[in-house]
Design a protein around this ligand. Structure first.
Ligand SMILES: [Fe+2]
Length: 213
């Protein structure tokens, strides 16, 4: 289900690695999800309270510490589920309660909205993006001007290339919200990134693999 209701998006740059933590919410019900919480519970919960939102879960794009550092404290305090790709289980399991494993194409309700999980391996085996009403939260799979590293354990450049081809199938109007501020702007339309991001612009894996040489 891909409905057209508006989505509240709050972008915060937090933590030692300056990663983007997001709060997304359904304006009708005020129900919210937290995406990739950095280790800054106070800032995150203050933001949720100040916007009168009801946090109902945590979405993890992958298991790296900078994207999961706040999950344990927040999930414990609020007793809410933490969604992680089932493919990440063998590689990076964050230390937090209420872990719930999800698969490619699975949807998670958020009030009147629906969150679609898209498995996009490459940076890690269990990287996933979240698609909500033409907003795509890409974690470390895709940045505005770059892509995630593939030299960590479980990284696979060929898998990342295939994941980018999957992302490119989405409409150009899709707003892309990355996991770090690696670009001229903190977010961007996918149609623009298809032209300006050399990794996304590469149509052939041979070109893609040689960009950094
Ligand atoms: Fe990462």
């Amino acid at each position: 289900m891909r409905n057209k209701s508006p989505l509240i998006v709050i972008q915060m740059e937090l933590g030692l690695m300056a990663n983007f933590t997001y709060v997304v919410a359904d304006p009708a019900s005020r129900k919210a999800m937290l995406i990739d919480p950095a280790d800054d519970k106070k800032s995150i919960l203050n933001k949720i309270r100040d916007n009168a939102l009801l946090l109902s879960g945590i979405l993890l794009t992958h298991g790296h510490f900078d994207h999961t550092g706040g999950a344990k404290a927040i999930a414990s305090e609020l007793n809410i589920p933490v969604y992680l790709s089932a493919h990440e289980a063998k590689f990076y399991i964050p230390n937090c309660p209420h872990l719930t494993f999800v698969n490619d194409g699975q949807t998670i309700p958020l009030g009147d909205l629906s969150i679609e999980c898209l498995h996009t391996p490459g940076h890690t085996p269990g990287c996933q993006c979240f698609l909500i009403n033409q907003n795509l939260f890409t974690g470390d799979t895709l940045f505005v001007d770059a892509i995630g590293r593939t030299d960590f354990p479980g990284g696979d450049p060929k898998a990342l290339f295939e994941s980018l081809q999957k992302i490119k199938q989405l409409p150009d109007e899709t707003m892309t919200w990355p996991g770090h501020n690696y670009g001229a702007t903190p977010n961007g339309k996918l149609g623009d990134l298809k032209k300006s991001n050399p990794f996304l612009a590469s149509a052939r894996i041979e070109d893609f693999l040689h960009i950094n040489e």
